[in-house]
Design a protein around this ligand. Structure first.
Ligand code: SAH
Length: 220
């Protein structure tokens, strides 16, 4: 990992405080906490917002999108990894690439899909600069997953559809785990964990969340 150091509000102490907070909120997976401690979140947001990068909040990243709240990134990663971390993970909604960067340090290979090309290009450049080379990028509609590399041991969706896209279930490996928020626009959203055993899918409902919608249709 590149060692570009932050200063002031992006100092190590500030980052440590965020990790303490995640721990207080119930994140127990030390590998995830360590990766989040060392990943420079301030590089994923606009310079004007860098001083707020280690607060536990979502922030705007342009193109009407947001960088997820650190707690939600940690929580979804923890649920995705379970007790038996997946090797190959599909991520839908690259955005600024922060969640992608966390995953890339915890699993062997990440395949990430995003519908807004400039956002994905920025993410790709930053992750390259950070030396994270085990990520493949695709500009497309994530409702269709990324069939070419399926099946995936893990799938994580960081935007909310009304219901779970059938194609994502199809691309989940036997024994695989899908973590996804669902809920229509303006409605309460709920995070769900779906696990596959053969052709059986079982679901655990987790906490309430708030994501941008998983858009249907045209790419931008
Ligand atoms: N993972 C990011 C947060 C992503 S925000 C983080 O770590 O902070 C949600 C992203 O999903 C946005 O970038 C949005 O453009 C993207 N998105 C929305 N609908 C999509 C679709 N149908 N296919 C792929 N990406 C989509």
């Amino acid at each position: 990992m590149n060692t570009r150091q932050g200063i002031g509000m992006t100092s190590q102490r500030t980052r440590d405080r965020l990790i303490d907070r995640l721990r207080e909120k119930g994140i127990a997976n030390e590998a995830i906490l360590e990766v989040m401690r060392s990943t420079p979140r301030h590089l994923f947001v606009d310079e004007a917002l860098a001083s707020r990068a280690y607060e536990d909040t979502a922030l705007p990243i342009g193109n009407g999108q947001t960088i997820s709240q650190p707690y939600i990134v940690a929580r979804m990663t923890e649920v995705l990894l379970g007790s038996h971390p997946p090797r190959r993970v599909l991520e839908v909604g690259t955005g600024c690439g922060y969640q992608t960067a966390i995953l890339a340090q915890l699993v062997e290979e990440v395949f990430t899909v995003e519908r807004v090309a400039p956002l994905q290009q920025r993410a790709r450049n930053l992750l390259y600069e950070l030396g994270l080379n085990n990520v493949r990028y695709q500009h497309s509609d994530g409702n269709w997953g990324w069939k070419k590399h399926a099946p995936y041991d893990g799938i994580i969706v960081t935007a909310a559809p009304e219901s779970v896209p059938e194609e994502l279930l199809q691309q989940l490996a036997d024994g695989g785990r899908l973590v996804i928020p669902t809920g229509g626009q303006g409605q309460a959203q709920r995070l769900r964990l779906i696990t596959r055993q053969g052709d059986e899918f079982s679901e655990t409902r987790l906490e309430a969340v708030s994501f941008v919608p998983l858009v249907q249709g045209d790419l931008s």
